[in-house]
Design a protein around this ligand. Structure first.
Ligand code: AMP
Ligand code: MG
Length: 453
């Protein structure tokens, strides 16, 4: 494979569109003048830092919803439908009885009382799931079950408790008006009516409605299949015993969980050595079945950073530095029209950058309109400090306090402290320009898991 073109992977020449400005220009390049330290993870000067919002908008501007396909109902759950589904039938499809009893003509029983019952001739049976074996004429009744179709000629149902069977006849002891105890056909939905409108995200209730009206499949945006790769010569699988200095691959699993939670379909492609060819080979081997790629590690400014060396021709994948902590170095681009996210290597950076960039992009691919996690305002239980030039995403545990939400830090700010994420349910966003958010102040918190669990 040839990194400079002519290889088997064709890369999009298109640059990332610039959000809001309608022209394509490059994100501030990660490679800054040579004075920068070789391994620049979360340190470094503020030069060329891209505000978080802008980085996200640029990524989202490059993302399109996946083309809709017909999905069987079980697969469509949670997916967004791409067109109006119109009912071909009335619902219910036929009028049925709401009671066990007798289908009669209301006119015939108009004068019935217990003192002077009306006697009708029983001419047939209306069983559930069957066409009634008789119609109802004047002075006639048909024995009917709950849910059975109303026989032609009748217009109401006398419940069994107001009747007395007498051989071929039945005595009715009460009058019932037209329509009583009848569930009319078409009462719920009329033929031609929209059952589920385009843009609706399917829940069980809509699946039931589609099934009832004879739609075993539905046109919807599918779930993106996402290939997950962990780059790093130091990595081993979690079931392997690391030699001294080796590290078990955490990121693949963090990303796997995030993908599942977002509704995407993860595929773990394993550990990729810090060799550009190895990374390209892995991508190539999964290209046909992938809708998107997420890698972690190797996007920093270092000589050995593999993603940097692999990509590919200039412009296929952009490397940029975002004004955030953690997660400053990021890579994003399109490979054969499929979004590629190159996240940093530190596990906390991975979590935060997934939440901030990858998840909203996946939501957009799935046709969702609600791209973002819910945000709340909470009161800080203690000071949180971070770098002044970048927005800090501090891991917090949000709890219900006496007068509103209270956010408690789950630990230090370093981006290698994985347990601080595991204990948290939110990311407190301390804006750039503020070095310390003091205890007692209000912060915005992005909530990423149920606050009860
Ligand atoms: P990198 O950006 O590739 O230099 O990685 C930054 C830091 O994150 C290094 O300390 C790596 O060992 C660590 N790291 C990278 N990938 C993983 C991973 N998949 N699981 C756990 N730690 C990782
Ligand atoms: Mg690495």
């Amino acid at each position: 494979m040839d990194a400079t073109g002519g290889g088997r992977i064709r890369f999009e020449r298109r640059r990332l569109p610039a959000a809001g400005r309608g022209r394509a220009d490059r994100l501030p390049a990660m490679s800054q003048p040579a004075s920068r330290p070789a391994h620049d993870h979360d340190h470094g000067p503020a030069v060329g830092l891209l505000p978080v919002e802008e980085a996200r908008e640029r990524i989202l501007a490059a993302i399109q919803p996946l083309a809709p396909i017909e999905l069987p109902l079980q697969e469509a759950i949670g997916c967004v439908v791409a067109g109006d589904t119109v009912s071909q039938v009335h619902l219910p499809e036929f009028s049925s009885s709401a009671m066990d009893g007798y289908a009669v003509r209301s006119h015939d029983v108009a004068g019935a009382t217990s003192e002077e019952p009306v006697t009708l001739r029983v001419v047939g049976l209306a069983r559930i799931g069957r066409r009634p074996d008789a119609t109802v004429g004047g002075g006639e009744a048909v024995r009917i079950d709950t849910g059975a179709p109303i026989p032609a000629g009748s217009d109401c149902v006398v419940p069994i408790e107001y009747t007395e069977a007498a051989g071929e006849r039945v005595r009715v002891r009460r009058s019932f008006p037209e329509g009583r105890n009848v569930r009319p056909g078409g009462e719920d939905v009329r033929a031609g009516q929209v059952l589920v409108p385009a843009g609706r995200r399917l829940s069980g209730a809509e699946l039931g409605l589609l099934a009832l009206s004879g739609h075993p499949q539905v046109l919807a945006h599918p779930r993106p299949r996402v290939i997950v790769m962990s780059t790093g010569d130091e990595l081993v699988e979690p079931w392997q015993r690391p030699a001294f200095g080796q590290v078990r691959d955490a990121n693949a699993f963090t990303i796997f969980g995030g993908l599942r939670d977002a509704g995407a379909v993860p595929y773990l492609a394993g550990i990729v050595r810090d060799e550009p060819e190895a990374l390209k080979e892995t991508i190539l081997s999964h290209l046909v079945q992938a809708d998107s790629f997420v890698s972690s590690g190797g996007v920093s400014a270092g000589e050995r950073d593999v993603v940097k060396r692999a990509f590919f021709r200039r412009g296929d994948v952009e490397f940029f530095r975002v004004a955030m902590q953690p997660g400053m170095p990021q890579a994003f681009g399109m490979i054969e029209g499929k979004p590629y996210f190159g996240l940093p290597g530190n596990p906390v950076s991975v979590f935060v950058s997934f939440e901030v960039f990858v998840r909203p992009a996946l939501m957009k691919m799935m046709g969702r309109k609600d791209l973002y996690r819910p945000e709340i305002t909470a009161r800080l239980a203690s000071d949180i400090s971070g770098p002044k030039d970048r927005m800090q995403f501090a891991r917090v545990l949000v709890k219900r306090g006496r007068d509103g939400w209270v956010a408690e830090s789950t630990g230090g700010g370093s981006s290698n402290l994985v347990s601080t994420v595991a204990r948290a349910n939110g990311l407190a966003m301390i804006p750039a320009g503020q070095e310390t958010a003091p205890a007692g102040s209000d912060v915005r918190v992005m909530v990423f898991r149920s606050m009860e669990s």
